[in-house]
Design a binder for this molecule. Structure first.
Ligand SMILES: Cc1cc2nc3c(=O)[nH]c(=O)nc-3n(C[C@H](O)[C@H](O)[C@H](O)COP(=O)(O)OP(=O)(O)OC[C@H]3O[C@@H](n4cnc5c(N)ncnc54)[C@H](O)[C@@H]3O)c2cc1C
Length: 272
């Protein structure tokens, strides 16, 4: 939709261009910004013109730029530069939890998804499940890092302070080499996620289940080794921030999360 109060869109080319004037906001892919009135905004600063490489294999793992689109991320596992890390298929699996057309997938960015901080934000699910760090650019020129697990603090609420920009998320090799499992359920075939459950079995035997979508912010349950069914169920039922909206009641989300977590525990228990 037209944003009638927005008089200008600045194209950012360097970090200094990201200094926001009053009434300006960062523009990622715009798939949410242009979907509803933004009467408090008079300007947008386009982040996609920064020219950041979308996905980089680094010495410590994978760096995914905030401007990386769903389309680019979903294709990474097919690219020649993708290392044979066991967790790579999870990148595409998480993209599929956003049921948008190809137009949305071409526009929507990893950073926009995490900064919007909807409970059903699949990039938050991805980053939280793989212990990614969010690299945040502060307006005074300094950087800070926060675990993606801690970045979203509630519904449409994050740790970002005014003027801060999410630059990238960085996934460590430690979790990229883990075996992972993914489950998503919704009330209707094309519905928004009622809950997303991701399990991770690390090479040192550690096990983690991350629940998002069903909760108002992501929750990770960690174990030193594969838990028993009872141990896992107790921990899932102990989660106390189930989300309640048209996409699922809290008791349904709790029951489905426990059910899907148990499926994943069983799946990952099988030696590859
Ligand atoms: C059909 C459809 C289905 C959708 N389904 C889902 C869904 O299942 N789950 C879900 O979470 N969302 C969903 N959305 C909402 C939205 O499209 C996505 O969350 C998308 O990923 C947002 O990314 P974007 O780059 O388009 O963000 P934008 O619209 O550009 O920005 C979103 C917000 O984040 C801020 N922002 C963007 N990038 C940064 C950055 N790097 N640093 C700081 N702030 C930033 C913007 O200022 C804005 O406030 C859906 C939208 C549509 C149209």
């Amino acid at each position: 939709m037209d944003l009638n109060t927005v008089a200008a869109i600045r194209q950012a080319r360097e970090r200094a261009d990201l200094a926001l004037a009053p009434g300006e906001a960062i523009l990622g892919g715009g798939s949410w910004l242009f979907s509803e009135p933004q009467n408090h905004l008079i300007g947008l600063v386009d982040l996609t013109t920064m020219g950041w490489a979308s996905i980089e294999v680094t010495e410590s793992g994978l760096s995914i730029a905030a401007t990386c689109t769903f389309t680019e991320l979903s294709r990474f596992e097919l690219s020649a530069s993708a290392p044979a890390w066991a967790a790579v298929p999870l990148l595409r699996q998480c993209c599929t939890a956003l049921l948008g057309s190809f137009k949305i997938w071409h526009a929507a960015t990893v950073g926009g998804n995490i900064c919007l901080a909807l409970p059903a934000g699949p990039m938050t699910s991805l980053g939280a499940a793989l212990d990614a760090e969010a690299l945040i650019w502060m307006p005074d020129g300094r950087d800070r890092r926060v675990r993606v697990l801690d970045f979203v603090t509630g519904v449409e609420s994050t740790v970002l302070q005014p003027g801060e920009v999410l630059r990238s998320i960085e996934i460590p090799t430690r979790t990229l080499t883990s075996r992972t499992g993914f489950r998503k359920i919704a009330l209707s075939p094309l519905g928004r996620s009622g809950t997303v459950v991701i399990a991770r079995l690390d090479t040192d035997g550690g096990f983690a289940v991350t629940v998002s979508g069903g909760t108002d912010r992501p929750v990770q349950l960690s174990f030193d080794a594969l838990p028993t069914a009872g141990e896992l169920a107790t921990r899932v039922h102990g989660i106390d921030n189930w989300y309640d909206d048209a996409h699922g009641a809290p008791d349904w989300r709790r029951a489905m999360s426990a059910h899907l977590a148990e499926q994943l525990r069983t799946e990952l228990a099988v030696t590859a």
